[in-house]
Design a protein around this ligand. Sequence first.
Ligand SMILES: [Zn+2]
Ligand SMILES: [Zn+2]
Length: 132
Amino acid sequence: MTGACFCKAIKYEVLAESMMQGLCYCADCQTVGGSAYWASYAISPEQFRLTSGELKKYTSRSAAGRAVERHFCGDCGTQIKVQSNDVSVASVNAMTFDDPTHFRPQYTHFAQSAPHWCDVHPKLSPFQPPGE
Ligand SMILES: [Zn+2]
Ligand SMILES: [Zn+2]
């Protein structure tokens, strides 16, 4: 499965199907994405392979105090993945997949911090990811 950033400088492949696909409504994901949630396709970091370009990254702290690396395209700014090395989870931006039908969210993360104007999908079950 493959994906790319908005300007196509970054291309990548995902080598495994995610068992944890969800929408993350945490405040950090909202700020970074300018959206109500982040479309999270969680895999282990070694299941992500860059095929073109170089990702830039910075480290921030999650609300739970964990170091979270945010990897993005230095040219167009699209965030490609959010990684927590403490728990070996990489959350790939499912909205950057070449074929968006691969994303089938089953979970919500931090739905309690969803914006008041946003309805959380009732069919998704709450699950707190270990990385955030
Ligand atoms: Zn780009
Ligand atoms: Zn989040």
